[in-house]
Design a protein around this ligand. Sequence first.
Ligand SMILES: Nc1ncnc2c1ncn2[C@@H]1O[C@H](COP(=O)(O)OP(=O)(O)OP(=O)(O)O)[C@@H](O)[C@H]1O
Ligand SMILES: [Mg+2]
Length: 286
Amino acid sequence: MSSSVPAIEAEALVKIYHENSANAVRALDGLSLHVCKGEIFGLLGQNGAGKTTFLRILTTLTRATAGRASLLGLDVERKGLQVRQSICAVLQENAVELYLSVEDNLRTYGRFHSLGGAEISRRSAQVIEQFGLGNHRKQKVIDLSGGLKRRLQVSKVLMVDKPVVFLDEPTTGMDPISKRATLDALREQADRGRTILLTTHILEEAEELCDTIAIIDHGRLVALGDPNTIKSYGSAAVDIRVTYSALPQDALATPVAFPAYAAQAATYDTGNLYRCKSHFTVRGSR
Ligand SMILES: Nc1ncnc2c1ncn2[C@@H]1O[C@H](COP(=O)(O)OP(=O)(O)OP(=O)(O)O)[C@@H](O)[C@H]1O
Ligand SMILES: [Mg+2]
């Protein structure tokens, strides 16, 4: 059950990769987000929007260039160890031991998180059943399909009881049945008081599962709200047509400048950006 007690607080986070170089990338641009305890919070945005970067800062894998972030009141930079002890994460890249079997992956992960032998057996049997890994328990992970590897990765983090769970595109590559098992398992975890922050590209999945959805673009927040609010943005998606009686000079001079006028139109309705990006039409005549 979601509460109003903050679990994650991020204030004006900026992340610039390769700062001071010609290849500098501003991945986060003053992003502030608050997630409450027991909440399932969905982070959406197109490729390169900054979702993984946000997760990497919160999980102490990379440092913010500016701004601050805390988890359960612990500053992620100054209290890194305590933060790591309070979280578990499924990252975008598959983090599984390829040369261990499914069962041994779960056992190793349980030991790493200080679970006792009996507890490991009980919990791993539970997640193996929940995620349909029974026929693969003795198989080396390197021999599994991508979707099965993903199932194992999600199973691992749900096996240990950490108060905050981060999942970067947890259902990518999964078949519909495994997706359903994952969504149900995540809801069950949140009902038991765990806080879940996940990223996804599937708006319908986020609408079904999340208490709150944030949409980011170029490292900035463009929409925030409960699924109904976000849905209402979508249903209000409009086809914006900008017709110039005479195109501005710079648009004519450089064809590449032309899309900038479409982007400018988009800023009038940033809440709808995610859904109606493809609806923009810009017409012009000389
Ligand atoms: N290690 C890195 N070094 C340099 N640039 C990076 C690095 N990691 C990410 N970026 C850049 O930062 C921006 C944000 O990337 P990020 O991976 O956070 O986006 P994302 O929203 O997770 O995208 P996707 O949906 O594709 O996973 C992109 O422009 C990306 O190229
Ligand atoms: Mg990503």
